[in-house]
Design a protein around this ligand. Sequence first.
Ligand SMILES: Nc1nc2c(ncn2[C@@H]2O[C@H](COP(=O)(O)OP(=O)(O)OP(=O)(O)O)[C@@H](O)[C@H]2O)c(=O)[nH]1
Ligand SMILES: [Mg+2]
Ligand SMILES: [Zn+2]
Length: 359
Amino acid sequence: MTEIDHLSALRRIGWRDEHLPTPPFTDARLGRVIVQHRNAFEVHDGVAVLWARTKSSARRKDVDDAVRPSVGDWVWMSAAINDEWQIEARLPRHSQLRRIAAGESGREQIIAANIDTVLIVCGLDGDFNPRRIERYLAIVGESGATPVIVLTKADRADDAQACHDELRRLAGDSGHVFTLNAKDPEQVAMLSPWLGHGATAVLVGSSGAGKSTLTNSLLGVERMRTNTVRENDSRGRHTTTFRALIQLPGGGCIIDTPGMREIKLTGEEPVEETSFTDIEDLLGQCRFRDCAHGREPGCAVRAAIADGRIEERRYEGYLKLLMERDAAKLRAAEQEKRAADRVQSKALGARLTDKYGKR
Ligand SMILES: Nc1nc2c(ncn2[C@@H]2O[C@H](COP(=O)(O)OP(=O)(O)OP(=O)(O)O)[C@@H](O)[C@H]2O)c(=O)[nH]1
Ligand SMILES: [Mg+2]
Ligand SMILES: [Zn+2]
């Protein structure tokens, strides 16, 4: 394959550079992780899908998800046996969407790597929840990708316009909000500016929000399985169970993901700047510089809430999110310190053994 052919093949799976990277060893094969299984990866090299595994050292349980390849990652592979490939290295990421994994582990999880856009999908049924969308905006704010809010099920909602307007205020001047019927390919075409050649977008949202329905409409075929939501509370049934990067006929790539139950912050989110700039602007306008925005006279925040410029629920959501972010930051710092202590005590143990021998 000529360099030009190779580049255009890679472009179809989202390669953005004008040049090919230099292979780190002979016969190294470049590819992009399109599906992550428990013990293996499907990697697309622009022409075909290859099955690959990481080295056994990278498969150990204590290896953080953040250093493991994720869907969207570019990797160098070497040929292994039985048509299997071995992932030797991961290229640096230009963006990554992260959260703390659901459950007790407290580990960081990469939702998708090397994405240009995050499509935050929310149904205009019982799923509609602006506070949750603020959480998504917070994690996207840290990712390096552009957030785009997509409200689905417009064909079934009576208050679609009001919901759209509320989110427009929340997304700010530079934000993007679309309201559509995810089943209608013509309406879904509104998203095409984010899905052109070489672009990669990831769909996130609750189960049942319509991520796979959107994927199918963009593809023009029913590739992803979809399932009805529960009548009483609009909850989905966790139909999609793994993340998958899919090439679209328009030239871009889209990553469909399983519905998220919770969006736990890592501690690094710029919460203040993602969807609360209006509140942040008010903070400096209170009469007292150390105003706690409680009952102090001349409080600009309380005044804005009183005259309806800022919704009280939204202000409370902002405080809660800030608190959560700071708690997560503290937890991450403690974890880091514990890890450093472990390394140090191991090193001390080794020095003592050197000096006095094993006991
Ligand atoms: N009427 C209508 N139904 C929709 C729309 N979007 C999604 N649905 C329906 O909502 C249900 C859930 O859609 P899915 O695409 O499976 O949801 P999902 O976000 O992929 O859910 P998980 O895979 O479980 O995370 C399906 O029955 C879809 O047909 C829409 O815009 N309008
Ligand atoms: Mg799905
Ligand atoms: Zn105040």
